[in-house]
Design a protein around this ligand. Structure first.
Ligand SMILES: Nc1ncnc2c1ncn2[C@@H]1O[C@H](COP(=O)(O)OP(=O)(O)OP(=O)(O)O)[C@@H](O)[C@H]1O
Ligand SMILES: [Mg+2]
Length: 599
């Protein structure tokens, strides 16, 4: 929408070859950020080298200047201050770069997924819950981001462990072994903690989603909830799921509370061992006091890699699972794309033909059930308005969806000016074929931007003119901010008829050669309907129009009426002719009249 910030430039994409491992497929995306990763490595390694050297300088200072009084303390102190400052600077830089890069890769992946989602066809969205895709993509991308940030961090801290261990070995081998002796326990306990925490955090996450779903449904479905006075049931439901969440969250806290202090206490136990054995060595004169100090500094430093290692292993497993779920979306091929050599549709006359069309919705693979369209034939001449009439569920809206290629036919063809729509470039086809759907969808944006949705660059006067044609200018004028009034989510601050008129104005502005009008089934009051129909008459003139009619007044807009049954046209003629000759048509019209009288 207009408020969108500038788009992220196209970067490397995930390797499309599904036979490769998940990490290899991710490599192009990581490689695109190679430069910063190298900087992370350089700054990270030098920062760590400095950090690990600090206890060695400390040792020298104490052994030489304090113990043997053989040199100035000031020089060492100054060196320590410089090292600490530099190490701080470097460590800041590498964390900043590392996490920044991980976030950037997260954004790269996200835009690739969203980009892909916008290109997937309707048949994909029929199969899958849209909200679930987006939320799943979000948390899955997050888990890859975590691995990309903590993987290198764990690698670096493993190197720092090796350096520190090397320094310690160079001072005193047995003491070095005593110093690291508690570390395997840190790892094992960490592993136990994760074994308990992982399933619990999984459950907790699921229950959070559950609460979010109940809240979301109650907010979006608040009109239904209130109109059935179902608030207390919904509150009970919410408190039940909230309670389930509280239970697992508490269990999670308990597991963490049990293990974490233990894991944190282990380096202190190590410290005691170092003091016991190292102190003994100092007293016996085997090592200096400085060395003892250095060892006690190392013992806290080296527990970090051990704690991190298990976490990263776990994160790698999660990231692998997440990557597979993300690839599931990315590997989904858009069902409807331009054919090679597809021609743009330019300045169409607007002759529409359905030629012996058979169609089943993809994914509904019960071939026993009858096709939605079966031998469907219909010709609409340029500028003509044809109404399709038929029982509910007989496939009228389906006909409308085949013309702009929301779906492709199974057999037969849909033609515009004699050209199969599958041979036309999609973008040009859809720019010439517009649909006023039965349920108007508005964005949470200004009325101006909603009307100008198909032509965001349209000047204000054209937007106003389009609103006038759709008879929407009257009520817009009464709004406090007029065209700049922001409508609530999905336009719920407007009435059904007002939404419909905005939707018509949107189509008027798009000025398509071919128009499909899916009449709303919901009854609007007679005056609103009249208003809409005056607008519609202006819209229809000079265009090829298919109206899917649920009301007599809409039927009256048409030059010709066709009756649909069993997936095909069974009668064709003017309204009066069909009324006189076709009993099935009379039956439907009688139903419509009943409904309109009842409404
Ligand atoms: N996306 C979809 N996936 C699978 N089946 C669908 C889908 N949309 C519609 N159908 C089925 O196809 C048939 C025709 O639906 P369609 O929406 O074209 O009916 P309609 O004539 O427009 O009905 P109404 O007058 O109630 O709007 C119905 O049986 C419906 O259940
Ligand atoms: Mg319909």
């Amino acid at each position: 929408m207009t408020s969108a910030s500038k788009p992220t430039p196209a970067t490397a994409h995930v390797d499309p070859d599904p036979s490769k491992g998940w990490f290899r497929r991710l490599l192009p995306v990581i490689r695109a950020r190679r430069a910063t990763f190298i900087m992370v490595l350089v700054t990270g390694l030098s920062g760590l080298a400095l950090q690990v050297s600090v206890p060695m300088v400390l040792r020298q200072a104490v052994d030489l200047a304090v113990d043997q009084r053989a040199g100035g303390l000031e020089g060492h102190v100054l060196l320590l201050v410089v090292m600490a400052t530099a190490s701080f600077g470097l460590r800041f830089a590498y964390r900043y770069l590392l996490f920044g890069t991980a976030c950037r890769i997260e954004t790269d992946l996200r835009s690739q997924i969203y980009d892909h989602l916008t290109r997937l066809s309707f048949s994909f969205y029929d199969r899958i819950a849209g909200g679930e895709v987006v939320s799943r993509a979000n948390s899955d991308i997050r888990s890859i981001q975590l691995l990309l940030a903590f993987g290198p961090l764990a690698g670096l801290s493993a190197i720092s462990f090796l350096m520190a261990f090397g320094f310690m070995l160079s001072i005193h081998v047995p003491l070095a072994l005593v110093t690291v002796s508690t570390m395997p326990l840190v790892y094992v306990l960490g592993q136990r903690l994760r074994d308990q925490v992982f399933p619990l955090s999984w459950v907790t996450q699921g229950r959070m989603a559950e609460v979010a779903m109940v809240v979301d449904e109650n907010i979006n479905g608040t009109r239904v909830v209130k109109s059935f006075a179902a608030e207390s049931d919904q509150i009970a439901l919410l408190s039940m799921v909230a309670d389930r969440l509280r239970w697992s969250a508490t269990a999670l806290i308990e597991a963490r509370a049990r293990f974490n202090p233990l894991i944190e206490a282990l380096p202190r136990l190590g410290m005691a061992l170092v003091l016991l054995y190292g102190g003994h060595l100092v007293i016996e004169g085997e090592i200096g006091v400085g060395s003892l100090l250095a060892f006690s500094a190392y013992v806290t430093m080296i527990s970090v890699p051990f704690r991190m290692f298990g976490f990263v292993l776990l994160q790698a497993q999660r990231a692998a699972a997440s990557a597979l779920r993300i690839y599931e979306i990315l590997d989904e091929k858009p069902a409807i794309v331009d054919r090679p050599g597809a021609r743009p549709l330019s300045a169409p006359r607007g002759r529409v033909e359905f030629r012996n069309v058979t169609f089943r919705y993809p994914g509904v693979d019960n071939s026993e059930s009858p096709a939605v369209l079966d031998g469907f034939d219909l010709v609409v001449e340029p500028g003509e308005t044809v109404a399709i009439v038929g029982r509910t569920g007989c496939g009228k809206s389906t006909v409308a969806r085949l013309l702009p290629r929301f779906y492709d036919v199974d057999s037969g063809a849909v033609l515009i000016d004699g050209t199969d729509v599958r041979d036309l470039a999609l973008a040009s086809l859809r720019s010439h074929v517009s649909q006023v759907p039965d349920e108007a969808f508005l964005f949470s944006d200004t009325l101006h931007d909603n009307i100008a949705f198909g032509r965001p660059e349209a000047p204000r006067h054209e937007v106003v003119a389009a609103a006038r044609v759709a008879r929407a200018d009257g009520f817009i004028g009464n709004l406090e901010h007029g065209f700049d009034e922001v409508v609530g989510e999905r336009g719920y601050t407007l009435s059904g008829g007002q939404r419909q008129r905005i939707s018509i104005a949107r189509t008027v502005l798009a000025n398509p050669a071919i128009l499909i009008l899916d009449d709303a089934t919901s009854a609007v009051d007679v005056r609103t309907e009249e208003g809409i129909h005056h607008g519609l008459e202006d819209l229809l003139t000079g265009r090829t129009t298919i109206v899917i009619a649920h009301r007599l007044s809409t039927i009256s807009l048409a030059d010709r009426v066709v009756l649909m049954e069993d997936g095909r046209i069974v009668a064709d003629g003017t309204h009066a002719h069909l009324l006189a000759t076709e009993p099935r048509y009379r039956a439907i019209v009688a139903q419509v009249e009943d409904r309109e009288v009842g409404a």
